[in-house]
Design a protein around this ligand. Structure first.
Ligand code: IMP
Ligand code: MG
Length: 174
């Protein structure tokens, strides 16, 4: 069994999610906002965030891309598994992703959503991992920045395990 080292407690996460929600509420106060969660990893983060965001009009949708599967390395290509269902034309969009790592997923999603004639597209990530960036992309909103490691918990998985943990842990492969 791999062992887990605590990285972020649920209290530390809640404090930052609060701050981020306040920032988004200020930036989008009068907006017609659609927050799009990237399945499955972002579902816990999105759920916490939306309950703290106060804007004129907020809709939620989900998108799903092929990502890590059961491995811990990105394979270099990204495919769409499930598209958004709402019409985002003319809306302000925020893509909510769990981890920004190589940047391939977020770059793909930004291009995809931008092709739907939204009023604007921004990105919000729970964790910005600086270690393995391959694409020149930065998230507009970042909850936490971490240098390295393979992280699980708070929606993040390894081979579908650990998503339910309330904090973030580093998974040590032995
Ligand atoms: P990117 O396309 O390389 O930026 O990959 C981003 C995706 O890889 C995220 O949406 C995660 O699903 C997955 N990922 C990257 N690093 C981790 C990690 O440390 N733990 C769990 N999933 C990760
Ligand atoms: Mg993901």
């Amino acid at each position: 069994m791999p062992d887990l080292t605590p990285v972020l407690s649920s209290d530390a996460i809640a404090r930052r999610v609060d701050e981020l929600a306040r920032q988004i509420s200020t930036d989008y106060r009068d907006a017609d906002l659609v927050m799009i969660g990237v399945l499955k990893g972002a579902f816990v983060f999105l759920a916490d965030l939306i309950r703290r965001v106060e804007v004129k009009c907020l809709a939620i949708d989900f998108i799903r891309v092929a990502s890590y599967g059961s491995k811990n390395q990105s394979c270099g290509s990204v495919g769409l598994l499930k598209d958004v269902e709402l019409n985002v034309a003319g809306k302000d969009v925020i893509i909510v992703e769990d981890i920004l790592d190589s940047g391939l997923t977020l770059a793909f999603l930004k291009k995809h959503l931008s092709s739907m004639q939204p009023r604007s597209v921004k990105t919000c990530v729970f964790i910005d991992k600086l270690e393995r960036r391959q694409v020149d992309i930065q998230a507009d909103y970042v909850c936490h920045t971490l240098k390295e490691g393979f992280l699980v918990g708070y929606g993040l998985d390894y081979a579908e395990a650990y998503r339910h943990l309330p904090g973030i842990y580093n998974l040590n492969f032995n």
